[in-house]
Design a protein around this ligand. Sequence first.
Ligand code: G3P
Ligand code: CA
Length: 367
Amino acid sequence: MIRSLLLSLLANLCCIEVANAMEEKDKIIIAHRGASGYLPEHTLAAKAAAHVMGADYIEQDVVMTKDDHLVVLHDPYLDRVTNVMDKFPDRARSINGSKRWLAIDFTLSEIKSLSATQGFHFEGADRSRPVADYPNRFPIFKSGFTVPTLSEEIELIQGMNHSTGKNVGIYVEIKAPWLHLNEGKDISKAVLKTLKEYGYSSKKDKAYVQCFDAEEVRRIHDALYPELGVDLKLIQLIAPMNWGETLRLIDAKWQPYDSTWLFQPDAMKALAHYVDGIGPWKSLLVSDESKLGKMEFTSMLRDAHAAGLQVHPFTFRLDSGRVPAYARDFEHLLEIFLFELGVDGVFTDFPDRALAFLKNTRPQTSN
Ligand code: G3P
Ligand code: CA
């Protein structure tokens, strides 16, 4: 009797160990816009570097061109990461009072004629001097980079998977579906069709689909997945409403979609009916009172895990001023989120550092 009790206790202990190890192994490192801490975001070079570094997933933000091609670009506009304003000075639109060069107003061949670079903004008295958003990263407008199509990028990742024997996944964000639909372009359908053509169609495939627009996420699950015969892992991105990630045309003016419900106590339970996880801005998981040595967390992660959802916050950066005061350094920030709080993965511009952190501090079971 005692022997069988001991055996059963031992078996349980083994299971606990395996479960914990599995949980750690399952934490994923997502290369945010590629290895964008080292090379211009969303260029094929940044994606190849992330693959070599061993990222679990590489992120694509996707927008559509005038002639219905899908390109990998963080913003619906081209003017933060290309020389579009020099090459096509008269092709800007006025959006809520600002001049913007939208990808949707350019053909793929026009976009391919542009030089891509690290993100920049303008400074100086007449705001004419371009300055890198991150001064210690790859210099702006050096070397030769272009904006890739989604197909080119998938072929790069699948090609490198073939040549290295790895199985690096894709993590595809459908950008501003509200803007595309307003222009008569169903970007979500186009993205899902492309993913299916390249062999990504079920939750077993190494691919996630992510979107900020909560109504579009619902449409993707309820209408587009059944229509296209696709059932990919789906992530609801969450950001503060005043970021304007999701807009609606109200009284001829673009205004923020009211996402208050995403922050209510029952939101995670409601989301769990149709998504696999959430991708929140990392500060939404941490209480404002948090200080170095005294972390306090919001209920978002707990609620999400209780509802069975994965949690992949963004964005973990080590540039000057980008590590919050409650963390000593980048690695401590990762420790707080991955192990103190217990998120299931992180989006980072520095996948090599996050992978080294995971390997050195909590050895993975295999790989
Ligand atoms: O998609 C996750 C994260 O990338 C969201 O932030 O603005 O960099 O696309 P953003
Ligand atoms: Ca993104």
